[in-house]
Design a protein around this ligand. Structure first.
Ligand code: HEC
Length: 402
């Protein structure tokens, strides 16, 4: 039965794969852009439609423009094109923030489904938050150590899942646990926590639950597994991959690495490294743009902005608000010039210069360190779809079994 079910899943998964977008990385970026506009717009325009922060506003306008172009590239004449244009129009006409937020969120949901994007938190969640919430909401059934022996567990049928049991834990991805928390398991003691905890908190719980399988260990060196990989893969999948890629000599060693990677957020990008990536990206984007490879140039600057600059921005802004504003303005100007097909060299130099000024301020002067690439990248989109399908069927199965 188990084998049959497995075969079925593989079939369903490979069929579903036909609908996947060819470029999962770009799809996630698109989602992030829309999320970003929906989340940050209220810092740019007030309820009366008055711009309160011109830079933030210009950024939102430009980001929507790029999001529309990116979607048109991923899905020419796709079903969400109209919704994307109307969100862009709301931003262009300085609509009140609640409108932009509501349409933005609806669009994020629709795009997630259409593009088969594996949901993942934006960064590795804070395990302390997970531990705190677990103590409040889960211990009474699952027990402090996840043995299923909490005071409210007696008499529950089925009993609470043995979260600390490696046989249980190693085959589950955080995404599966996140789904369980979102949907609950009908007909059992396991309720939905969607109304109680927001997505960030559910991700924090999902990552924390997988640490119950072992007593806390001091953090060790670990491979730079990115958060999407960590969120969407089980220990077993990651171990197999690390062994196959010879990152670890055997399964036990690989499991230690995975365990450490799940417990310790990868070292945050230092502001100096982030800034040198922004400068590099601007220069490379100018080269690409001059070769008429404008889409690639656009991608490069947008990625540098969202993946390097955004995470360190709050920290930089605390110390050097004016320099940050100048750099962000320079980036927006460059993004605009690239999409409008205007000359970009001077603007790219300006970005690089502003980034260097800031880098000098934070004390990171010196040659830009090469970006450290993770030893292995994302597994294919097909696998991500398989996981979505498995998670979905699993929950459905449990529901109908109940
Ligand atoms: C009222 C008791 C109760 C509480 C509170 C509770 N659970 Fe559960 N949980 C259960 C039961 C019972 C099951 C087993 C359901 C089944 O076997 O279908 C379960 C199953 C699970 C599973 C396994 C799902 C799967 O697909 O195998 C996870 C993960 C889980 N709970 C996490 C949590 C977390 C995290 C919390 C706290 C936010 C929590 N639970 C709170 C009773 C509870």
């Amino acid at each position: 039965m188990g084998a049959l079910f497995g075969v079925l899943l593989v079939m369903v998964a490979s069929q579903a794969d036909g609908g996947t977008t060819a470029d999962p990385e770009a799809a996630r970026k698109l989602l992030f852009m829309v999320q970003y506009v929906a989340g940050d717009y209220s810092g740019a325009v007030d309820g009366a439609g008055v711009v309160t922060n011109a830079d933030e506003y210009a950024e939102a306008v430009q980001t929507m423009k790029e999001a529309n172009a990116l979607y048109a590239r991923l899905k020419p004449n796709g079903p969400q094109g109209a919704a994307l244009s109307s969100l862009a129009a709301l931003v262009d006409t300085k609509a009140a923030p609640p409108k932009v937020e509501t349409s933005g969120r609806a669009l994020v949901d629709a795009l997630t489904r259409e593009l088969n994007i594996t949901p993942a938190p934006s960064r590795i969640p804070d395990l302390d938050t997970g531990a705190r919430l677990y103590a409040v909401a889960c211990v009474k059934c699952h027990g402090a150590e996840g043995k299923g022996d909490g005071p409210a567990a007696a008499g529950l049928k089925p009993p609470p899942a043995p979260l600390q049991d490696p046989a249980w834990a190693d085959s589950r991805a955080p995404f599966h646990i996140f789904n369980t928390l979102t949907l609950g398991i009908a007909g059992t003691g396991m309720a939905s926590f969607a109304a109680v905890y927001d997505e960030d908190n559910r991700w924090a719980l999902a990552f924390y639950v997988l640490t119950l399988r072992r007593p806390a260990q001091p953090p060790k060196a670990h491979p730079a597994l990115n958060v999407v990989t960590l969120a969407s893969q089980s220990n077993q999948q990651l171990v197999a991959k690390l062994v196959a890629d010879k990152v670890a000599p055997d399964a036990a060693a690989a499991l230690n690495l995975v365990d450490a990677a799940r417990r310790v957020a990868p070292e945050a990008l230092s502001p100096a490294v982030a800034l040198s990536r922004v400068a590099d990206a601007a220069k490379k984007a100018a080269e690409l743009s001059n070769k008429e490879q404008r889409a690639a140039a656009q991608d490069l600057v947008a990625s540098a902005y969202f993946e390097s600059m955004e995470p360190v921005e709050p920290e930089l802004r605390r110390g050097w608000p004016d320099e940050v504003t100048r750099l962000e303005g320079a980036i927006t100007n460059l993004r605009k010039a690239i999409s409008d097909g205007l000359p970009v060299d001077a603007l790219a130099n300006d970005v690089a210069m502003q980034a260097d000024v800031l880098r000098g301020r934070v004390g990171g002067v010196g040659p830009a360190k090469a970006a450290k690439a993770p030893p292995w990248g994302l597994l294919g989109g097909g696998l991500a779809v398989a996981l979505l399908v498995i998670a979905g069927l699993f929950v459905l199965g449990r529901r109908s079994a109940a």
